[in-house]
Design a protein around this ligand. Structure first.
Ligand SMILES: Cc1cc2nc3c(=O)[nH]c(=O)nc-3n(C[C@H](O)[C@H](O)[C@H](O)COP(=O)(O)OP(=O)(O)OC[C@H]3O[C@@H](n4cnc5c(N)ncnc54)[C@H](O)[C@@H]3O)c2cc1C
Length: 373
């Protein structure tokens, strides 16, 4: 049976960042992807925001990897000429009732290591963003946007240069423990089914990562993913020029998302979104009936946007460990040695800020597998 050192399932931003990092140490890596190209799922259905690390629970992986990953990502983008813009963001209190929550969030962000935050008064906001309505705001200058497709393309090029094999149209069908590592069963669209051995197996299968863990016999309730859909509406009629920062509301308590906000892109377009709705199946159609709700939830702080400016754009689905009404859950990134599967690395529940964290997650995975080199 053929044998490879490292197998990664999933050619989204996470699998690719890991491949690019590990290929610096090892030139025997295979990436498996069921789709015909890279980044066809969550990694191309998001806001493309480089988050600062403000919101996440203190000392969580999300908080630590975001603060570290943000700087790594800006540096990587600069080095490889990948589009990015450190445009800054305002989290706005639309009325006096929200100011207390805003101040708590500000303190929390600083404690998370986002040390460049400042609090702005209504007057100061007017100078920065004359078209929005807010009585106070947190200014986060290190938040920005980036070209996620360009980043993934660069990871692909970097990996291929170091002899990483990327097998598209190849679906993982099974993975089981073997005396020499793991036996991997895949189905290739042209060649049919085949089996090979791998010493290290990395599960970066996004929305399906809990199912991949199950294939290896890890059937734990706390690994079960919930799908949380986010729709976006495009803002037409040249309204993008009304703002120069990303504008976010104060998130509500126990929220599963950051609240419907503005998403500016590098091409100068403006979207509103994403909302958050738990769903049973993966369906990327935008529910147009939500248009009014999007308008209603943002008109208090974005008064320049009118209902007729909005049109359906796209949707993405978050791979969440946190169920409806439950507390926030952290990324699950671990070597499953305690489940008698040393060398099986699970990455489950990589929802936002996964894009921002891709390089710091890759570094963490490298740390987990270093004893195998
Ligand atoms: C609406 C929304 C907005 C977001 N906004 C942001 C943001 O602004 N900033 C930020 O930092 N993060 C954001 N995120 C989070 C970010 O997009 C994700 O964390 C990240 O894209 C996850 O990447 P991934 O590689 O884990 O998953 P994916 O991109 O889904 O990749 C997983 C891959 O695994 C493949 N796969 C699965 N099962 C198999 C199998 N059996 N065989 C072969 N291949 C398989 C899939 O086809 C897929 O290509 C957002 C997410 C959503 C949904």
């Amino acid at each position: 049976m053929e044998k490879t050192k490292i197998t990664i399932v999933g050619v989204g931003i996470i699998g690719l960042a890991i491949a690019a990092e590990l290929s610096k140490e090892c030139n025997d890596i295979v990436l498996i992807e069921k789709n015909y190209s890279f980044g066809q799922e969550t990694s191309s259905r998001n806001s493309e925001v480089i988050h600062a690390g403000i919101y996440y629970p203190r000392d969580s992986l999300k908080a630590r990897l975001c603060v570290e990953g943000k700087e790594l990502l800006y540096k990587y983008c600069e080095k490889h000429n990948i589009g990015n813009k450190r445009m800054g963001k305002l989290i706005v209190a639309a009325n006096a009732n929200e100011v207390n929550k805003l101040e708590i969030l500000f303190k929390h962000g600083i404690e998370n290591g986002v040390t460049d935050l400042t609090l702005l008064s209504g007057e100061e906001i007017k100078k920065l963003e004359p078209h929005i309505r807010a009585v106070a705001a947190i200014h986060s200058p290190s938040t920005g946007i980036m070209d996620s497709h360009g980043l993934m393309k660069n990871f692909v090029l970097e990996s291929k240069k170091r002899d990483v094999l990327i097998a598209y149209a190849t679906e993982l069908e099974g993975v089981e423990k073997h005396k020499d590592g793991f036996k991997v069963s895949v189905r290739d669209e042209r060649e049919g089914s085949f089996v090979f051995l791998t010493e290290i197996f990395i599960n970066a299968a996004g929305l399906y990562s809990d199912k991949v863990a199950e294939m290896a016999g890890i059937n734990k309730k706390e690994y079960a993913l919930k799908y949380c859909k986010g729709n976006y509406f495009r803002v037409h009629n040249n309204k993008a020029g009304f703002i120069t920062h990303l504008i976010y509301p104060v998130p509500s308590e126990h929220s599963v998302s950051l609240g419907i906000h503005t998403a500016l892109d590098l091409a100068g377009g403006l979207r509103l979104g994403p909302d958050a709705e738990y769903v049973d199946k993966i369906d990327y159609n935008v529910d147009e009936s939500k248009k009014e709700a999007f308008y209603e939830s943002t008109k208090c702080f974005l008064p320049f946007i009118e209902l007729q400016d909005l049109g359906p754009d796209m949707a993405g689905i978050r791979a969440k460990l946190q169920g409806q009404g439950e507390d926030v859950r952290d990324f699950l990134i671990k070597n499953e040695s305690d489940n008698d599967l040393a060398g099986f690395i699970n990455l489950i529940g990589i929802d936002s800020p996964g894009l921002t964290c891709c390089l710091s997650i890759a570094k963490k995975v490298k740390e987990l597998v270093k004893d195998f080199f």
